[in-house]
Design a protein around this ligand. Structure first.
Ligand code: RET
Length: 241
């Protein structure tokens, strides 16, 4: 079985960052007693906890496999996809909760997201170089659709929310759009596509920075203001007329 190389330094930093983020979010959520508000903390704590486990697993040599593509042998960290399959729907759930989205919008977002990650995994594990790119294209199509729903439908629903909630939604939505589009770019430039313009060492660093920003950075901005979360969870009957 393949063993992690020099890139494991980035995986250790990722695990440490996720651990610090998790502890911080637990600390912030400790005294929150409102059950609706707790949901934001629960989802966000699950996100960084899952990523911590995934980074620790990868740093210690689990979740790495070799895929033979033509005359090349690629090192593929498949554990990323297991992490993303759990954490990206939770990130979208956080956003949807903030926007006050209806059930069908949430179901669509989560379903398309899972489709994106699973087809991305197929892209990473397929031996045929052309089909690797085809699957990457299918997964990227799903990503574009997701972002379209975020910017369209979800943003419309978020506009109905009280002022600060709408603003926080916009900030987090913009962060999400800006970071998520970079994942397929790193993938295609990195070792997975066989272009290998970016070697595994730097690709691992790039995914680590993206993951920390999309999870810990996102969670920090979301949970920073008790006020906004309170507004976001206020029942309609309590809202000022
Ligand atoms: C892959 C490769 C195939 C094409 C596409 C991808 C998209 C991945 C994304 C991942 C997001 C991860 C996050 C993690 C945690 O913070 C699978 C790389 C489109 C968008 C936000």
């Amino acid at each position: 079985m393949a063993q992690p190389g020099a890139e494991s330094i980035w995986l250790w930093i990722g695990a440490l960052g996720m651990a610090i983020g998790t502890l911080y979010f637990i600390g912030r959520g400790w005294s929150v007693s409102d059950v609706e508000q707790q949901l934001f903390y629960i989802a966000t704590i699950f996100i960084t906890t899952t990523a911590f486990a995934s980074y620790l697993a990868m740093a210690t040599g689990f979740g790495l496999t070799e895929v033979v593509v033509g005359d090349r042998t690629l090192d593929i960290y498949w554990a990323r996809y297991a992490d993303w399959l759990v954490t990206t729907p939770l990130l979208l759930f956080d956003l949807a909760l903030l926007a006050g989205a209806d059930r069908n919008t949430i179901a669509t977002l989560v379903g398309v997201d899972a489709f994106m990650i699973v087809t991305g995994l197929v892209a990473a594990l397929t031996p045929d170089p052309t089909f690797r790119i085809v699957w990457w294209g299918i997964s990227s199509g799903a990503l574009l659709f997701l972002l379209y729903v975020l910017v369209g439908n979800l943003t419309m629903q978020a506009r109905e929310r009280p002022g600060d909630v709408g603003n926080l939604f916009q900030t987090l939505r913009n962060l999400t759009v800006a970071l998520w589009v970079l994942y397929p770019v790193v993938w295609i430039l990195g070792t997975e596509s066989t272009l290998e313009l970016v070697p595994l060492y730097w690709e691992t660093a790039a995914f680590m920075v993206l993951d920390l920003s999309a999870k810990v950075g996102f969670g920090f901005l979301l949970l920073r203001s008790r006020n906004v979360l309170e507004q976001a969870t206020r029942r309609p009957a309590e809202a000022p007329a």
